[in-house]
Ligand binder design. Sequence first.
Ligand code: ADE
Length: 249
Amino acid sequence: MKIGILSAMQEEFDLLLSEVKNPRTTSLGMREYIEGTLYGKDVVLVFSQWGKTASASTTANLINVFKIDRLIFTGVAGGLDDNAKIGDIVIARRLFHHDVDASPFKRRYYVPLVGADGIATDEKLSDELACAAQDFVDNISSYISDEDRAEFSLSNVIVHRKNIATGDQFIKSSDVRNRIMEDLPDMYAVEMEGAAVAQVCWEHKIPFAVIRTISDTANEHSPMDYPKFLHRVASIYSLYIMKNYIEHL
Ligand code: ADE
């Protein structure tokens, strides 16, 4: 089994990369694909860059060139639902492109080949990741300092299994956030890659999951909250959740 791990954050990628044994690097299409073993399992690790096109092209290479059998996308997201707090984790059930609209010719959110109802993630893989994430949350004080837990209010962190909306936009205004929530109810978080990765995996029948840590709440505070959380907390989450996940395989 070969696991593709796609990361949209340089800090997260660097931390994971430092754990890879016998790394071999291949440069392709302006990305560096690192093959090796992570906690005893074969992996291909790649920093996708931001956005739908960048993550879709990277995913296609992971599948067709590096022959992965499953894919995990890890990164951060803006919380949409009021119950998605900074520091919570969302493991996607379905992913939707919130910026696709070819009406009146097609139903809003209709994506060629896929349809208008989003793309479902692999249930088993998502369940396994949810267990790994819950284990991390139960022991969070071993991983995140008291100071950071206090600053980011990480005392009651929740692992959600909910829908995620994707678009080529960093959401930083309440108006846009509210518009997405009104038009696409049941979305817990918003980010910039998940549905694109999901679409490519779905087209190639590769099981996939998307795990996101909430870094901001997709409003006027986001440009401040996002980088602070990213540097100090998010990459630590993903390293240890991935470690838990792989060690239990
Ligand atoms: N990823 C993290 N926060 C985000 C936001 N507010 N909008 C889009 N993608 C994000």
